[in-house]
Write a protein that binds this ligand. Structure first.
Ligand code: ATP
Ligand code: MG
Length: 460
C-alpha cells in the first residue's frame, strides 16, 4: 500500500505509537455484520456525520465485533466537542469525569460519545509518580488512537462505509490474539497504572497472550497501583470479577504479581486450602452466572472473597470470650476496614456483605420463630446461596443447606414437620452427622451445634 510505503519512508507507523494514517479494512477483510451492531450506535454516528462531523464506533465494541463476541456496550468517538454532540440529541448529558464525555440515551440504552483526545500528556498535570491527573485536550483522530491503551482497543468502525480504521496494527494483533500496549509500555503504565489491571482482564477474558514488552514491566511497576485512588481500583476490580472470567483473572493477577495489596486479605485466603476452595467455588459460580446472562451481586462476590478472613477473626473473637453475634460483627469490621485503604468497597456493597455474613449464624437456628423470620429477610436468597457455598466447600455439613432448601420449598404443615424434626434427622439416607447435641426441645433456641461457628448465636 502506498500509505504504508510513505509511512515507512517517514519512519512513522507501526505499533510504536505514532501512526498518522490508518490501515483501512473494507467489509470483506474485517467481516463485521451490520446486524451485530447496535442500532442506537448507528443512529449516533449517522446523526453526527450528517451534521458534518466524523464519527466512529470505537474501542471494545470494535474489538468484540471482530472477535464475533457480543459487545458489552458501544462507545462512539467523534471530532465534535461535547457541547456540539449534546446539541444534536434530545437526551444527551455531558458527564464531567476525568475526561468529559457525553451520554446519549435511548430509553435504557446508553451510548457514550467521546471527543477525540489530544496525543500529548506532557503538559497534563501529574502526581509525583507520573500519573496523569487531568487531561481534557481535544485532538485529531490519530492522536486519539495513540492515547488508547492496547492496539486491539484502538480501531474505529464506520457503520456508513462499513470500514475499520486501524492505526496501530490492531487487526494483526486480533488475528494473532495478542495484547500489545500502544507506545512505550513503561511510560503508559506510569501515566495510568490501571492499564496493568486492564491487560490482565483482557488476557483472561479474551484468551489472548500478552506481548513480552507489554508484559515484562508489570512485575516491577505493580506497586504503582498503590497511588491510584482506591475507588478507581475498586471499579476495575469489579469489572475484572464480573467479566465472566473472574477465576482466570485472579490467576493472571497472581501470575503477573499484581494481586499483592489489591485484595490484601485474599493473599492469605488463597494460601489456605479451604479458603481457596471456597473462593474458587464462588468465582466459578459467578462466572457461570455471568456467562448465562444472569445478574451477579457485587456484595455476594466480595462477601465470598473475604469470608474466610471473617471466619478466622470470628473464631478469634469468640475464643477471646465475645458472644457469637457481636464477635461476627467485630470480625466483619476488621475485615472491611483492612480492605478500604487499597480498594474502597462502596458503602452500599459493604452493607450487602454484612447482611450476608450476619445471616449465617441465623441459619443455624432451626427452632421456633427464627426460621420464619429469616424467610422474610430481604436478602434471604443471597444469604442462602452463600450458605450453600459454605456447604459445598466443606466448611459446614451439607445437611444444613439441605434443610433450608426443604424449608424454603415447603408449605405450612411441612415446615412445622421440618421444625420438629430432630436436628440431624433427615429423609435422605447416608447423611453423616454428629448427633451428639440432638434432642433439644422446640422453642428453646440454640443452633444444632454440628456446624462450625455455630453456638448459641441467634440474633433475635
Ligand atoms: P469492555 O469490554 O470491558 O467494555 P473496553 O475496551 O470497551 O472493554 P472501556 O473501559 O469500556 O473498555 O473503554 C473503552 C475504550 O476506551 C477502550 O477500548 C480504550 O480504547 C479506551 N480506554 C479505556 N480505558 C483506558 C485507559 N486507562 N487508558 C487508555 N485508554 C483507555
Ligand atoms: Mg466498553
Amino acid at each position: 500500500m502506498i500509505r504504508k510505503l510513505i509511512r515507512r519512508i517517514l519512519g512513522t507507523g507501526s505499533a510504536a505509537g505514532n501512526a498518522v494514517a490508518p490501515d483501512i479494512y473494507e467489509k470483506s477483510a474485517h467481516g463485521i455484520l451490520l446486524d451485530d451492531v447496535s442500532n442506537n450506535a448507528i443512529r449516533v454516528t449517522q446523526t453526527l456525520q450528517q451534521a458534518g462531523f466524523k464519527a466512529f464506533i470505537v474501542g471494545g465494541a470494535v474489538r468484540d465485533l471482530l472477535l464475533q463476541h457480543r459487545p458489552k456496550d458501544f462507545d462512539v468517538a467523534t471530532n465534535a466537542t461535547p457541547e456540539e454532540v449534546k446539541r444534536l440529541f434530545r437526551r444527551a448529558f455531558i458527564i464531567g469525569r476525568r475526561f468529559q464525555i457525553v451520554h446519549v440515551m435511548f430509553g435504557q440504552d446508553l451510548i457514550e460519545v467521546t471527543t477525540f483526545r489530544g496525543a500529548s500528556t506532557d503538559e497534563a498535570p501529574k502526581d509525583a509518580h507520573g500519573r496523569v491527573l487531568r487531561d481534557n485536550t481535544f485532538g485529531e483522530q490519530h492522536e486519539d488512537a495513540e492515547r488508547r491503551d492496547f492496539t486491539v482497543n484502538a480501531m474505529y468502525y464506520d457503520p456508513s462505509r462499513e470500514q475499520v480504521l486501524d492505526y496501530h496494527g490492531g487487526m494483526k494483533d486480533i488475528r494473532s490474539k495478542t495484547l500489545r500496549i500502544i507506545g512505550v509500555p513503561e511510560a503508559r503504565y506510569r501515566e495510568d497504572p490501571v492499564r496493568m489491571l486492564r491487560v490482565v482482564r483482557f488476557a483472561a477474558k479474551l484468551g489472548f497472550s500478552i506481548a513480552a514488552p507489554t508484559r515484562s514491566p508489570i512485575k516491577v511497576m505493580a506497586p504503582l497501583i498503590n497511588n491510584v485512588p482506591a475507588a478507581r481500583v475498586f471499579d476495575e476490580m469489579l469489572k475484572l470479577l464480573m467479566s465472566g472470567h473472574a477465576m482466570a483473572c485472579l490467576q493472571q493477577l497472581r501470575k503477573q504479581g499484581l494481586h499483592h495489596g489489591l485484595l490484601p486479605l485474599l493473599d492469605v485466603v488463597l494460601e489456605q486450602p479451604l479458603g481457596e476452595r471456597f473462593v474458587a467455588l464462588a468465582l466459578n459460580n459467578t462466572d457461570q452466572r455471568v456467562r448465562e446472562g444472569k445478574t451477579v451481586s457485587p456484595g455476594f462476590l466480595f462477601a465470598s472473597l473475604l469470608w474466610h478472613q471473617v471466619l478466622e477473626r470470628w473464631e478469634a473473637y469468640k475464643a477471646a470470650g465475645e458472644a457469637p453475634i457481636p464477635a461476627l460483627h467485630l470480625a466483619a469490621d476488621d475485615v472491611l476496614d483492612g480492605q478500604t485503604e487499597q480498594l474502597a468497597i462502596q458503602r452500599r456493597i459493604a452493607t450487602d456483605m454484612r447482611d450476608i455474613w450476619a445471616m449465617q449464624p441465623r441459619f443455624e437456628r432451626r427452632v421456633g420463630k427464627s426460621p420464619y423470620k429469616l424467610l422474610e429477610h430481604p436478602r434471604l436468597r443471597a444469604g442462602y446461596d452463600f450458605l450453600l457455598l459454605r456447604c459445598a466447600s466443606g466448611e459446614i455439613e451439607s445437611e444444613l443447606g439441605e434443610w433450608w432448601t426443604d424449608f424454603m420449598a415447603a408449605d405450612g404443615p411441612q415446615r412445622e414437620a421440618l421444625l420438629t424434626r430432630k436436628p440431624g434427622e433427615t429423609d435422605k439416607p447416608a447423611a453423616k452427622r454428629r448427633r451428639r447435641r440432638s434432642g433439644r426441645g422446640r422453642g428453646r433456641g440454640g443452633a444444632d451445634g454440628a456446624t462450625e461457628g455455630s453456638g448459641e448465636g441467634g440474633t433475635e
